[in-house]
Write a protein that binds this ligand. Structure first.
Ligand code: SF4
Length: 269
């Protein structure tokens, strides 16, 4: 269960028309953000795992990982469009100092920059969870970058649904060295790789080598987190020991998925 009831938030979402418009087009920041969920829980992943946080999940993504654990922000984006004032008011209604702006891909939207500036002014610690393909100049306390490996690409064999054009689009867009470089230069960061097995490690090492060549920022092995693929306890039980062993072998950090351990695949966790 989440650490706090989220009924009020659901009320806000329910009072809005939930639509499925194409979310990737530029919009005026005054139009607000497409919000899929807004809730309080424990941060489940990364350096800040275990910290009570308000999660603001935007809808819409420029990638389509076959294993996406927020399907309703990517393959079937659904949301209410909320004004930034409404989002901030919802955040302030919870007793938490940390805000996680996640998705989908929250940096698709210029309005995310304005929201982060407002939260910075209010004294919140902000984490932005991004796939690393889009850079925006915004006040961020921790940018949690999850570069997508080849093992994320939707193929007809891997995906339960029709992948259509997304196999090519995802493969073409999933790594953007320029955006990755600018993101790690601008804020404290963690690089969080979703790992299925040892076959992912050569590509992770290649991405790190290319990034270290491309940026002046120092990318330490302790900033690199291996996270087991799996959005359910059953799947995680198959991957986590393997991934923990790989983290020890290669000298990277292992990150748990506390929310899956605690609440399996329940929404708003
Ligand atoms: S980048 Fe993230 S939100 Fe987008 S499809 Fe992949 S896992 Fe889902």
């Amino acid at each position: 269960m989440p650490v706090s009831d989220s009924t009020d938030h659901e009320g806000v979402i329910d009072r809005k028309l939930v639509d499925t418009e194409e979310t990737n087009e530029p919009r005026n920041p005054n139009d607000g953000l497409p919000i899929n969920e807004l809730f309080v829980s424990l941060q489940g992943e990364g350096k800040l795992a275990g910290i009570p946080s308000v999660f603001v999940r935007t809808s819409g993504c420029n990638l389509r990982c076959w294993f996406c654990d927020s399907y309703h922000t990517s393959w079937e984006p659904t949301h209410a469009r909320l004004d930034l004032e409404e989002i901030v008011a919802e955040i302030e209604s919870y007793d938490a100092d940390h805000v996680v702006l996640t998705g989908g891909e929250p940096l698709l939207y210029e309005a995310s920059v304005k929201l982060l500036a407002d939260l910075d002014e209010l004294g919140y610690h902000t984490t932005v969870e991004t796939n690393g393909t889009i850079y925006r100049d915004a006040p961020i306390d921790l940018v949690s970058i999850s570069p997508k490996l080849e093992s994320s690409t939707p193929t007809p064999e891997r995906s339960p649904t029709d992948v259509g054009e997304w196999e090519q689009r995802h493969e073409a867009d999933r790594i953007d060295l320029d955006s990755l470089s600018r993101l790690v230069e601008d804020a404290a960061f963690q690089l969080k790789f979703v790992v299925t097995g040892e076959e992912d490690l050569p590509e992770i090492l290649d991405v790190l080598e290319a990034l270290r060549d491309a940026t002046d920022a120092t990318v330490r092995d302790e900033d690199v987190l291996l996270m087991p693929e799996g959005a359910t306890r059953t799947r995680l039980a198959e991957t986590r020991t393997r991934v923990a062993d790989l983290a020890m072998t290669y000298g990277f950090r292992y990150t748990p998925r506390l929310h899956v351990d605690l609440w399996n695949d329940a929404p708003e966790t």
